[in-house]
Design a binder for this molecule. Structure first.
Ligand SMILES: *Cc1c(COP(=O)(O)O)cnc(C)c1O
Ligand code: SF4
Length: 361
């Protein structure tokens, strides 16, 4: 299919219009008919999927689609495979049993994962929180208040991760008030925001938002890019604005079949992120979550991909490869085996080229 034949181009709103991101949300595609007006899809098949798992695609992200089933399409366009997958558990990582109050998971002693918004700019088809996102009733001002109260009463919590959904879908005033409440808690040392918005709606990163965020340092932002086609000038501008605001940027990429499970694609993504001052933090193996089985691939493939990175890209660009244990066991980093053998006096080690060296001691 010819580029540009696929999507109806959309008009960019002027960047100095601080409401333009809200308008882009309002103009997003959320219905089967709406999608069929832009892409060659069968609305009946889409409709049955989005009854279970909602769809939203911003005009910006839609315009990145070049071909049917390309990596952007696969991440954003509902696929009937989602509802055929009934074997995997909806909450495979056991977040709910480890939530002492609604929408706050306290798994590790010193940190909490605090879901503060159920909305996202684009509902990723591979989302590990598919059971929750896009259902506004679940996360409310009341549950946010309860979460803050929990953190206030638990002095062991040093690190608060704001997640969702996407925290940056909240209005500026709500974000400012929430951060002010968290910063007023003496034992909270660091705050992290987990947001895909620099990738799916970079226009949301306004000077006003950066001005709010920078009042609450030390504050980190971990974003979520999965493919080099997402590294657009607009995304780079959003990341530059955040980095200039003194906000250290990390990226949590998900390894996805048919999206980024190829060394050249992954290397290009990681190099591009580093150029945008985004430090690749984690490469997540896809979690066993209902509705996402069509993205899964063997851990062996992930390890091969990790091996392909060492020596090929700057060490600064190499994330840790993580699996998250089912049932709430937590995250575990996996590494390819570089140690081939050992005895009392030496290690036998393979380097990035596969050449074997002896290492004393
Ligand atoms: C991933 C996760 C964290 C954060 O883990 P880090 O390794 O510190 O980034 C915290 N709580 C829960 C429930 C998580 O899933
Ligand atoms: S932005 Fe994050 S929370 Fe929202 S759908 Fe995508 S992966 Fe899920």
């Amino acid at each position: 299919m010819a580029p540009d034949a696929l999507c109806t181009p959309f008009t960019h709103h002027p960047a100095d219009d601080s409401d333009s991101w809200q308008r882009m949300i309002a103009d997003s595609i959320t219905t089967a008919e709406g999608l069929a007006a832009h892409l060659p899809v069968d609305p009946d098949r889409i409709r049955t999927v989005i009854q279970r798992y909602p769809m939203r695609i911003t005009p910006y992200y839609l315009a990145l689609i070049r071909q049917q089933q390309d990596p952007i399409w696969r991440q954003a366009v509902p696929d009937p495979a989602e509802i055929r997958d009934t074997d995997l558990a909806a909450d495979g990582l056991g977040e709910e049993p480890q939530s002492p109050v609604p929408n706050l998971t306290h798994r590790y002693p010193d940190r909490v994962l605090f879901a503060v918004s159920s909305q996202c700019a684009v509902y990723c088809r591979h989302c590990m929180r598919k059971r929750k996102v896009g259902r506004p009733a679940g996360i409310t001002a009341a549950t946010r208040r309860e979460g803050v109260a929990y953190i206030r009463h638990h002095t062991e919590v040093r690190d608060v991760i704001l997640s969702g959904g996407d925290p940056l879908m909240l209005a500026d005033e709500v974000i400012a008030a929430l951060l002010a409440e968290l910063r007023a808690i003496a034992h909270v040392e660091t705050i992290r925001i987990h947001s895909r918005i620099p990738c799916t709606l970079p226009q949301r990163i306004t000077p006003t938002l950066v001005g709010i965020l920078r009042r609450f340092h030390p504050l980190f932002l971990n974003t979520h890019f999965n493919h080099p086609a997402e590294l657009t000038p607009a995304a780079a501008q959003a990341c530059a604005a955040l980095a200039d605001g003194g906000i250290p940027l990390g990226c949590q990429t998900v390894l996805l079949k048919g999206v980024n499970d190829h060394p050249a694609v992954m290397q290009s993504l990681l190099r591009g992120l580093l150029k945008m001052r985004v430090k690749p933090y984690y490469l997540h193996h896809p979690d066993p979550i209902r509705g996402t089985a069509h993205f899964r691939l063997p851990v062996r493939k992930g390890l091969e991909l990790m091996r392909s990175l060492r020596g090929a890209v700057s060490g600064m660009a190499i994330p840790q490869y993580m699996i998250d244990l089912p049932g709430g066991g937590g995250k575990v980093p996996l590494l390819p085996d570089y140690v081939q053998g050992a005895d009392q006096n030496r290690l036998c080690v393979a380097n990035y080229r596969g050449e074997i060296y002896e290492y004393p001691g």
